[in-house]
Structure formats: structure tokens, C-alpha cells
Ligand binder design. Structure first.
Ligand code: SF4
Ligand code: SF4
Length: 165
């Protein structure tokens, strides 16, 4: 397959997978959630690794390596979510409430949403996939990079990748 064509729009699809997803059984029971990383292309970048306090994102033998994750070590802290320049890291907590997923998503826009606000949840191409409720807004590194915690239907866990306020 032609690599240029494969990466021409940067959007992952079923035909062009690239997501590193948690093991299903661990994902269903891990309180606080687990990281999902959608970074399939070799690029010189590693803040996901350097920001991870538990070593869940393994060290890179080559700066161009794609991330490799030890899910047993992931706490769902979302420090990597706030540091990834590609907005390619997300945390999904399937234990938050019955039938719901709590998504911890990077958010770089202003104005910020408010707790309790209903927002549009967007997929990888910016399409609306559902509505969500803002549960919290955090600033993990105290550097004005925000992470918005949004609840959405659990069956949208592999679709929700951003919000529109
Ligand atoms: S969510 Fe936290 S523990 Fe998990 S990979 Fe990211 S930084 Fe590491
Ligand atoms: S920080 Fe983000 S863009 Fe960079 S390698 Fe890690 S997941 Fe990919």
C-alpha cells in the first residue's frame, strides 16, 4: 500500500487502524480509566513517554518510534493527554457510571466549557457522534493546557475524540 496515500488525511479508520487500545477486560474494571493512544506514524516525538509518571508509556529506543504501552502501569492520570502535541492521547474510564464512559480529552480552545454543561462530542473527522456532559476541567501540568472530562454513552468510547462547546 502507498504510505503517502495512507497518511494523507491523518484520520484513523477501520481500514487504516492505528489505535493502541487497552485490553477489554482490564478496561472494563480499571477505575480512573486507561489511556488510548492514536499515533500510528513514525515521527520524532516522545512527550507522552516523558510526561508519564508510572512508566506506562515505554521509553523510546528511537525518537521516531510509535508509543508502546504497559496497561498494567496506567493510572488514567491524563498527564500524557495534556502533553501530547498531536492531541493523540485520551483517557477513557468505563467504570465511571453504568452505561457511560468518562473521556478525558485535550482541549485547546477558548472559552472553556463549564462543569455540568452539555457539549457536542466529536469523532476523528469532526463529525458529531453524540452529546456529552462536562464533569470536570483540569490543568494537569499547571501550564494552561486543559483536559476536559466528559461523560458520553459507553458505546461511543471508540468514537469520541473531541468536544465542541
Ligand atoms: S494516563 Fe497517566 S499513567 Fe496512563 S499513560 Fe498517560 S501519563 Fe501514563
Ligand atoms: S506525544 Fe503524542 S504525538 Fe508524540 S509520540 Fe506520543 S502520542 Fe505520538
Amino acid at each position: 500500500m502507498n504510505v503517502t496515500a495512507v497518511f494523507e488525511n491523518g484520520v484513523l479508520t477501520e481500514e487504516r487502524p492505528g489505535a493502541v487500545r487497552p485490553p477489554e477486560e482490564l478496561w472494563k474494571t480499571r477505575k480512573g480509566g486507561l489511556v488510548v493512544v492514536e499515533c500510528p506514524q513514525r515521527i520524532p516525538c516522545n512527550p507522552c513517554h516523558t510526561s508519564c509518571p508510572t512508566g506506562a508509556i515505554s521509553s523510546f529506543a528511537d525518537i521516531n518510534d510509535v508509543p508502546s504501552i504497559d496497561y498494567e502501569k496506567c493510572t488514567g492520570c491524563a498527564l500524557c493527554v495534556a502533553k501530547c502535541p498531536g492531541l493523540a492521547c485520551f483517557v477513557a474510564d468505563l467504570t465511571y457510571a453504568p452505561g457511560a464512559v468518562l473521556m478525558k480529552l485535550p482541549y485547546e480552545m477558548l472559552p472553556l466549557p463549564e462543569k455540568g454543561q452539555t457539549v457536542k462530542c466529536l469523532g476523528r473527522t469532526g463529525e458529531v457522534v453524540c452529546e456529552g456532559r462536562v464533569e470536570n476541567i483540569t490543568e494537569p501540568h499547571r501550564d494552561r493546557t486543559m483536559v476536559v472530562h466528559v461523560t458520553a454513552p459507553a458505546d461511543k468510547v471508540n468514537d469520541v475524540r473531541a468536544i465542541r462547546v
